[in-house]
Structures are given as structure tokens and as C-alpha cells.
Design a protein around this ligand. Structure first.
Ligand code: NAP
Length: 332
């Protein structure tokens, strides 16, 4: 029997949303639709925004609806020539074991070849593309630039930081805890890592970025953004990718109090979402696929088993209990 996770109650204040589990049959296919059997479901910080009833880049999920999520899986039934049975697809599938989707909707056919399906939710999926476009197009580091990336051991940060390294930049990652920091320097080869949970970020930045910061890729907002702003170089670029430190209470978001640095140092602070780059996804696929195949780009993933563990996995990402791209493996 197919199973689904639905939004039961939107988050109130700093409480997490509530969920409801169902086992509803999926409908028969109409012309132009496919049935996808899901293998993996992505858990994203942005989900908090999707269940909040605020004006955003995408309409909110309504209470009672299947929770929106990226997923990847195999086409098991098809009434579309674009997706034969046995082909693979990724896109907005929802948190469910099986999805009936319009073939011309928000999905994309993939050719996994020898690569595992889960890679299409991480380095070769939305987080990878976000890290790639945010860093290469907006951050645009040059050889020798100093680049700082927050939530650096996460899905987006781990790719953004590696793209900056490939451009010849000196990269310092910010992450929570010694284990994550060790991984960044020892396995990802970053020049430095700052554990924001111990000690003063300001002192660490002064020590590890003695010539200032040219590019800051911000995934967290809040105090970390504020502190980094005081160390930016003239004409530096701040890539506003996410603000996870603020997602816990969307009614009380704190803006950067050191924004005057943007005036005194002629900074560019530019926000973006992946929606801006949808038409350029083939470019990201072309650049990132060989890097992954040749292991020049490391893929870091954290897999939790079973749809029933969605609520716990959702909360893990806000507590920093994930190491790399967090996703659910769907048991079929
Ligand atoms: P992720 O980094 O894999 O996981 C989230 C990480 O954020 C946690 O592991 C934790 O790492 C850190 N974190 C959680 N609470 C924090 C806090 N209060 N202060 C500082 N760090 C905190 O998640 P992701 O999918 O790559 O997303 C990273 C950011 O990018 C999010 O803000 C997300 O909304 C944003 N994003 C934006 C787009 C876009 O299109 N603009 C697309 C995807 C994601 P530590 O243990 O290191 O604290």
C-alpha cells in the first residue's frame, strides 16, 4: 500500500510542524502522467518555509496535503513517451512512497549510468546546483581569493566550498563541532575550519582570514552573518543562500545589524533561489557530473531509513545532527 506524510499543523512560534501518516491508494494514470516509485526523499531546511503561510517564491503546502519534497525514483507505469517504464526521474514528488505526476511538471528525467540514485538529490540535484550557481555565478571567486562558507559540511555548503577550491580560492568553512571541522580540513582539503559552537567566531576569522574575506557564502544568517560582515574586503560579495538560524521562528527574523559594512566596503549582498537558475540546470549537470565521476567533487550524504522517520529527520537538520545531504531511503 502506498504511504504518505501529510502536513497536519503549521509551525506555531518556535514549535515544529506536526505531521500525519496515511496509506492512501494513488489514482489511475491519465494521459501525460507517470507513476514514480520513490527510492529517496530529500530533507531540506527550506521545508520550514514551505509549511509557513508567508509570501515566498513558492505557494505554501496546505494542512492535509502531502508534504512537498524532492525525490528520486523509477517510473513503474507511464502514459507519456517522455518517461518509459524503467526510466528514472527526480523533482517535486512529495514525501510518499509512490507519486503520480504530470510528465511535463516539475520533474526531470535522469540517466544515472553507474552513479547511485541518491546522488541526484545531493551533488547532482538541487543542493549541488545551488552550491554551484551560488558560488560560481554570484560569489565568483578568483584564484587566491579568501572565501568563507557557513553550514560548510552540509548539502549546499560542501559543494559551494569545493567549487571555490576548484577556482583556486583559499577556503575557510564554518561548521558546528570538531568532527565536522576535522572533516572539512582533512578530507575536503579546506585551508581552515571554524567551529562556531566553541569560541569566538570573530577571533577565529581574524586569525584564519588575515587578509579579510572576498566572498562569503551564507547559509545561516544571524550572528554569523553579522560577524563575517565586519571582515569583508572592499567590493566583496555576500551570497545570501539561506538563513537557517532564523527558520525556527519565522515571525521574529533578525536582520543583519552590521549592514553598514556594505556601504563602507562597497559590498554586494545578493540573495537567490534555485528557481533563478532552472533553465541553466543542464549547464550544472554538464559541469558537475564529470567532477563527481572523477571524484574531484566529494559527495557527502546522510541517509535515514524509512518514511516513518520523516519527523525525526526533519528536526535533525535544524539541530545540525546531519553530516552532509540529509535524505530518507524509502522502503518499498
Ligand atoms: P545542510 O547544510 O545540509 O543542513 C543544515 C545545517 O545547518 C545543519 O547541519 C547545521 O550544521 C546548520 N545549522 C542548523 N541550525 C543552525 C544555526 N542555528 N546556526 C548555524 N547553523 C545551523 O542544509 P542544506 O540543504 O545544505 O541548506 C543549507 C542552507 O541553504 C539552508 O539555509 C537552506 O535553506 C539554504 N538553501 C537555499 C537554497 C536556495 O535556492 N537559495 C537551496 C537549498 C538550500 P552545523 O552543525 O554546521 O551547524
Amino acid at each position: 500500500m502506498p504511504s504518505q506524510v501529510r502536513l497536519k499543523k503549521r509551525p506555531q512560534g518556535n514549535a515544529f510542524p506536526q505531521w500525519r501518516f496515511t496509506e492512501d491508494e494513488t489514482p489511475d494514470l491519465e494521459d501525460g502522467q507517470i507513476r514514480l516509485r520513490l527510492a529517496y526523499i530529500s530533507i531540506d531546511p527550506g521545508m520550514m518555509g514551505w509549511v509557513t503561510d508567508k509570501r515566498s517564491y513558492i505557494p505554501p503546502v496546505n494542512e492535509g496535503e502531502v508534504m512537498r519534497a524532492f525525490g528520486v525514483g523509477e517510473v513503474v507505469e507511464s502514459r507519456s513517451d517522455l518517461y518509459p517504464v524503467g526510466s528514472f526521474a527526480t523533482g517535486f514528488t512529495g514525501v510518499q512512497s509512490e507519486a503520480v505526476l504530470p510528465a511535463e511538471g516539475f520533474i526531470r528525467r535522469i540517466e544515472p549510468g553507474n552513479l547511485p540514485l541518491n546522488y541526484f538529490l545531493s551533488a547532482l540535484g538541487m543542493p549541488g546546483f545551488t552550491g554551484y550557481f551560488g558560488m560560481s555565478d554570484i560569489g565568483a571567486p578568483s584564484e587566491g581569493d579568501t572565501v568563507v562558507v557557513s553550514a560548510c559540511s552540509g548539502a549546499v555548503g560542501s559543494i559551494a566550498s569545493q567549487i571555490a577550491k576548484l577556482a583556486g580560492a583559499r577556503v575557510i568553512g564554518i561548521a558546528g563541532g570538531p568532527e565536522k571541522c576535522k572533516l572539512l580540513t582533512e578530507q575536503f582539503g579546506l585551508e581552515g575550519a571554524i567551529d562556531y559552537k566553541s569560541g569566538s567566531i570573530k577571533d577565529c576569522l581574524r586569525e584564519q582570514c588575515p587578509n579579510g574575506i572576498d566572498v562569503y557564502f551564507d547559509n545561516v544568517g544571524g550572528e554569523i552573518l553579522d560577524t563575517v560582515l565586519t571582515r569583508m574586503n572592499y567590493k566583496g560579495r555576500v551570497v545570501l543562500c539561506g538563513g537557517i538560524s532564523q527558520y525556527g521562528d519565522m515571525d521574529s527574523v533578525q536582520g543583519p545589524k552590521n549592514y553598514l559594512s556594505a556601504i563602507t566596503h562597497s559590498l554586494t549582498l545578493r540573495g537567490f533561489t534555485m528557481q533563478d537558475y532552472l533553465l541553466q540546470i543542464p549547464e550544472a549537470v554538464e559541469v558537475l557530473t564529470p567532477l563527481v565521476e572523477q571524484r574531484k567533487l566529494r559527495v557527502l550524504e546522510h541517509v535515514v531509513e524509512g518514511l516513518q522517520n520523516f519527523p525525526e529527520a526533519f528536526e535533525m537538520i535544524f539541530a545540525g545532527r546531519n553530516l552532509g545531504k540529509l535524505m530518507l531511503k524509502v522502503e518499498q
